[in-house]
Ligand binder design. Sequence first.
Ligand SMILES: Cc1cc2nc3c(=O)[nH]c(=O)nc-3n(C[C@H](O)[C@H](O)[C@H](O)COP(=O)(O)OP(=O)(O)OC[C@H]3O[C@@H](n4cnc5c(N)ncnc54)[C@H](O)[C@@H]3O)c2cc1C
Length: 483
Amino acid sequence: MSDKYDVIVIGSGPAGYVAAIRAAQLGLKTACIEKWRDDKGNGVNGGTCLNVGCIPSKALLDSSHKYHDAKHAFEGHGIGTGDISIDVPSMIERKNRVVKQMSGGITGLFKANKVDSLYGTGKLLANHKVELTDNDGNKKVLDADNVILASGSIPVNIPPAPVDGEVIVDSTGALEFTEVPERLGVIGAGVIGLELGSVWSRLGSKVVCLEALDSFLAIMDQTIAKEAKKILTKQGLDIRLSCRVTGSEVVENNGKKEVIVTYTDQDGKEAKETFDKLIVCVGRRPYTDGLLADDSGVKLDERGSIYVNDLCSTSAPGVWAIGDVVRGPMLAHKGSEEGVMVAERIAGEKTVMNYDIIPNVIYTHPEIASVGKTEEQLKADGESYNVGTFPFLAIGRAVAADEAEGMVKMIADEKTDRVLGCHIVGPAAADLVQQVAIAMEFGSTAEDIGLTVFGHPTFSEAVKEAALAVHGHAIHMPNRKKR
Ligand SMILES: Cc1cc2nc3c(=O)[nH]c(=O)nc-3n(C[C@H](O)[C@H](O)[C@H](O)COP(=O)(O)OP(=O)(O)OC[C@H]3O[C@@H](n4cnc5c(N)ncnc54)[C@H](O)[C@@H]3O)c2cc1C
């Protein structure tokens, strides 16, 4: 194997592995360096997303949803189940098999595309050289015309609740509980906190989410966020806003460890709550530890992200950076698209990425999903727009499936009618919002979506009806006065 490459990618998460595959598809000699190891010390590809993020969390969300349905929903469909039990270690074992299958899939794709998969730690040196330290500590220097940094992110820790990996855990630890905690605290009611809180709540934990902000899902459209909060609260998640955690103490009670959390409540008073487990989910930070030699020429911004321009070029010529380690939403698909753009740019193509249309999903049940601008953003920007909303309660498929909670909210430009945003809480919201994302990519108007024939009965009819409602033309509900 020659040590000179067209492209070296550091990090094999969804940003890095996609960049490596696309670069190799374009005929570039490509290597991808990854330092992640499994519990046996073997190198594994896939990064946060496949190992401790998107995929394992969805595996547990699906398992816990099936359990919850069997226990609470089947009876309503006339299905008797007898006693339902949970075997948490089996559930975790299944999740681990899913992870192994998916990360093994990346390794297989690397082979099929002739990407050299190198296990070890990569460090960017000057003049796009890369030092590789393999898992036995041997070092060698590789040369490349282009280096793509895709080192991802790690969970943020907060001093009042230091993670001990046993009672106080981060999102990774929350995917490994061996039994259902009776009382579970979650610090942070954001995307990851709500998903992990939902998993354990469905399995029987009494979950309290302590959120420092005074609004729920502050970056989402607030009509949808309010509706989602109502639904999740009804499911048993105790979401407390304006609650700032100030301290925590792990104590022993009857031979069992528990944690007493101190926080300032919404009235500014000190409050305490005791939990069997506490998950700290206050966000993630870009990860660059040990990645950059002093003379690499790559600059960081004030938030510790690698500084890049719109095309993901860093301040060092021939060095690019993508995914969670650069600005923008920390989402797997955002990093993957950046990976494609950068690989194609290196190959001489003129690819650009549309940062305005990146769907965002929270995999609670029902799902919460959005694309484009929120009504709050448009108001702040002084834009004129029309809004159409439509409830799943008026969708036959949703009622038949007993999934009639939530709504679709469509926002279109007042003058041009172009769709500016779509926000959904409801069944299959992740897939429905993607339909609108495609429409938006093609510059669709609300009228275009309203004129499209949708299959019946489908959840997606709520998207069509919301688009019709933008002009007061919804069929299956009385229309509000056009705004
Ligand atoms: C619980 C959870 C659930 C999530 N759910 C979703 C979801 O549903 N949808 C979604 O879009 N996003 C989700 N995310 C976020 C998503 O996982 C990240 O946005 C995504 O993984 C970022 O991809 P990345 O390739 O930039 O970085 P990462 O996936 O973090 O990968 C970076 C890789 O680089 C490696 N690395 C770092 N430094 C070096 C080095 N010096 N040498 C060699 N290798 C190195 C790391 O070991 C790692 O494997 C979730 C995250 C969590 C924690």
